[in-house]
Structures are given as structure tokens and as C-alpha cells.
Design a protein around this ligand. Structure first.
Ligand SMILES: C[S@@+](CC[C@H](N)C(=O)[O-])C[C@H]1O[C@@H](n2cnc3c(N)ncnc32)[C@H](O)[C@@H]1O
Length: 255
């Protein structure tokens, strides 16, 4: 498992470029990030939320996607100081809290809606369970969570390339730095079971990226867009998609 300090160092290294994926998306995986955020906002429009917690604030890109009138309702949360600094550059008057998702320093039901996008991959299974229980505690109603689908053949191809082929090649040749971080993928059934065990019901979902993202030629990007538009709501194709976005609502909320 990656140590916390290795993860911290990784995010400090990528923090200054992270926002480029959103301001100037080039690769299929850049486009996926943009689409993931758009889809999350379509599953949980933030207009009715008085307080929103954006777990894994990254470079603060969420601000780009919601009207300025909502900015002051959003609390950006992240364990990386470097990422929070980037996000603060974008929103100098924003509210940011530093900490780990498994132990959020906010009270019970402190926010209406939590967005937690692109974070689950950095958690091991025990941390994921703790994180979901913590999201249940701090949210009053809704959590939107994305995660990498372990059963997707596209995800397997991508992870096999990076974590087996490329990593072995680097180690054997001594060329290039061995990878220090891995983006974990999860069986969707397991994530849904954890959400339900915590007290959520999964009320909506979307499926992203029918491509490994390993080739970024114009034809691959066109194919990606073609399938993305047609299959993001397809329960039949969903098991093949690289990424799932699920909306979970607390079973015991009053509304
Ligand atoms: C891949 S970025 C995703 C950023 C943004 N949510 C997005 O959708 O583009 C992951 C973010 O989660 C943060 N992160 C990773 N593990 C975390 C943890 N255990 N607790 C809090 N933040 C974490 C990282 O510092 C980083 O900012």
C-alpha cells in the first residue's frame, strides 16, 4: 500500500498541473474528469443545498462548473496542502478544510450534499469503509461518489499497462522512476454494499468511459465521445465502463 507521505508527495508534485485537465483537456482521461464532474452535478444539482462538501477538492475545479452564487456554500476538503493552495488560488475567499476523508473534522449532518470524485482510488478497502461511514455521518442527505470499476475490461487493460507492463519494464531496465502510487479499482457491488451498510440507498448512477484511454489519437477520442454520449445511462453497458458515479441518499433523512 502507498504510505500517506508517498501520497502526499505525489499530490504535491501534480498539484500545479492538475487544473490543466479541466482548463485544457487533451487526453481521454482529461475529458473523463470534466465529464465526471458534469455528470455528478446532473445527478445532484447543488441549487437546493445550503452546504456542500467537495471531498478531494483538487485544483478547485468545481467552481468553474457552478454559478458564482453557489460558491460560498461550498467547503473544499482535501488532505493535500498543495492541492488546497491551488484551489485557494482559484477562490481566494473560499472555505477550505484540510484532513483525511476517513476522519472529517465537521459535525454530524454538517452539510446537505457531499461530492467525492476521484478520491476512492487512493483508499484501501478498510479506509474506503471508514470513509463511507464518515460521509454518512457528515452529510444530511446526499453523497455523490465516483470510483474505478474493477470489472471493466478497459480499466483492466489500463492498469495492466501501467502497473504490470510499464512498471516491470522500468524496474528491469532501471530507466524511469518506479511508480509510487496506484489508483485502486473496486467491484461496484462491494461499493454499493458498503454504502447500503452505512445507511444509504443508491438512487441513481452513471457509467463513464468505454475506452482504456491508452491511445489518444483523434479516432480514439472520437470513439470515446461516441460511446460516452450514448452509454452513460446504460445499465446493460455499465459493467464495461471504466468509472462509475453513484448517487446515494441517506435512508433516514426527513426530506
Ligand atoms: C484525482 S484528485 C480528484 C480531484 C477532483 N475531485 C476531481 O474530480 O478532479 C484526488 C484528490 O483527492 C485528494 N485525496 C486523496 N486521498 C485523500 C484522502 N484520503 N482524504 C482527503 N483527500 C484525499 C487528493 O489530494 C486530490 O486532491
Amino acid at each position: 500500500m502507498d504510505s500517506a507521505s508517498e501520497q502526499e508527495a505525489y499530490f504535491a508534485e501534480v498539484s500545479s498541473e492538475y487544473a490543466d485537465s479541466y482548463t485544457n483537456p487533451q487526453t481521454i482521461m482529461d475529458h473523463e474528469k470534466v465529464h465526471r464532474l458534469q455528470v455528478a452535478l446532473s445527478l445532484a444539482p447543488l441549487d437546493d443545498s445550503e452546504r456542500v462538501l467537495n471531498v478531494g477538492v483538487g485544483g478547485g475545479e468545481l467552481a468553474q462548473f457552478v454559478p458564482p452564487s453557489l460558491h460560498e456554500r461550498i467547503v473544499g476538503f482535501d488532505f493535500s496542502r498543495a492541492m488546497i493552495e491551488q484551489a485557494r488560488r482559484r477562490r481566494p475567499d473560499g472555505t477550505f478544510v484540510q484532513g483525511v476523508v476517513q476522519d472529517i473534522p465537521l459535525g454530524d449532518g454538517a452539510v446537505d450534499t457531499v461530492l467525492c470524485l476521484g478520491v476512492v482510488g487512493y483508499l484501501d478497502p478498510a479506509e474506503l469503509r471508514e470513509a463511507i461511514e464518515e460521509l454518512y455521518r457528515v452529510s444530511d442527505v446526499t453523497v455523490v461518489l465516483s470510483f474505478a470499476n474493477a470489472a471493466s475490461p478497459f480499466r483492466r487493460a489500463r492498469q495492466g499497462y501501467y502497473y504490470v507492463f510499464l512498471d516491470t519494464l522500468k524496474r528491469l531496465s532501471g530507466l524511469g522512476e518506479p511508480l509510487t502510487h496506484r489508483y485502486r479499482s473496486y467491484d461496484p457491488e462491494m461499493v454499493i454494499e458498503l454504502l447500503e451498510a452505512a445507511g444509504f440507498s443508491v438512487t441513481d448512477r452513471a457509467y463513464l468511459t468505454y475506452s482504456s484511454g491508452l491511445s489518444n489519437t483523434p479516432i480514439h477520442r472520437r470513439l470515446y465521445r461516441f460511446f460516452e454520449r450514448r452509454l452513460s445511462q446504460s445499465d446493460r453497458a455499465g459493467p464495461l465502463a471504466m468509472t462509475w458515479v453513484v448517487k446515494a441518499e441517506k435512508r433516514d433523512h426527513d426530506g
